[in-house]
Write a protein that binds this ligand. Structure first.
Ligand code: FEO
Length: 135
């Protein structure tokens, strides 16, 4: 069973970004499934790496979109991205070194962070970007 399901209320009204957010949902669900199925560290580690890499790719894309359009709250938005990236990269490192394991609190953290960020921070740029012709 999926940990998070995409629904229209998550839309930021920018097609490429919605697609990227959906991919992040898929990767979090894949990680959750692998954890529940008791997959080995080689499998879970690869999914975790993919999630971290794709998160960085998405943040870079979104930041470029916001910056190039002169989004006023760019710095605060990037600050949230940087804080989250720091946390997941730190976890990834501990996981690679065998000092951490995948467990429900991590999955809950990932899910809550992503859904709260999309609904609380990303959606604030929807009307701004749509007003610039980005959709
Ligand atoms: Fe879609 Fe600000 O992350």
């Amino acid at each position: 069973m999926a940990l998070i399901n995409w629904e229209n209320s998550y839309s930021v009204k920018v097609k490429n970004v919605d697609t990227q957010h959906q991919k992040l949902f898929t990767l979090i669900n894949d990680l959750y499934d692998a954890m529940n199925q008791g997959k080995g560290r080689d499998v879970t580690g690869k999914i975790l790496d993919e999630l971290v890499t794709y998160t960085k790719t998405h943040f870079a894309y979104e930041e470029q979109l916001l910056k190039s359009n002169g989004y006023p709250a760019f710095a605060a938005h990037k600050g949230e991205h940087d804080l989250f990236t720091g946390k997941v990269v730190d976890f990834q490192k501990q996981y690679q070194e065998g000092k951490a394991s995948l467990a429900l609190p991590l999955m809950t953290f990932l899910k809550d962070w992503l859904t709260n960020h999309i609904r609380g921070t990303d959606q604030k740029y929807s009307s701004f970007l749509n007003g610039k012709g980005v959709s």
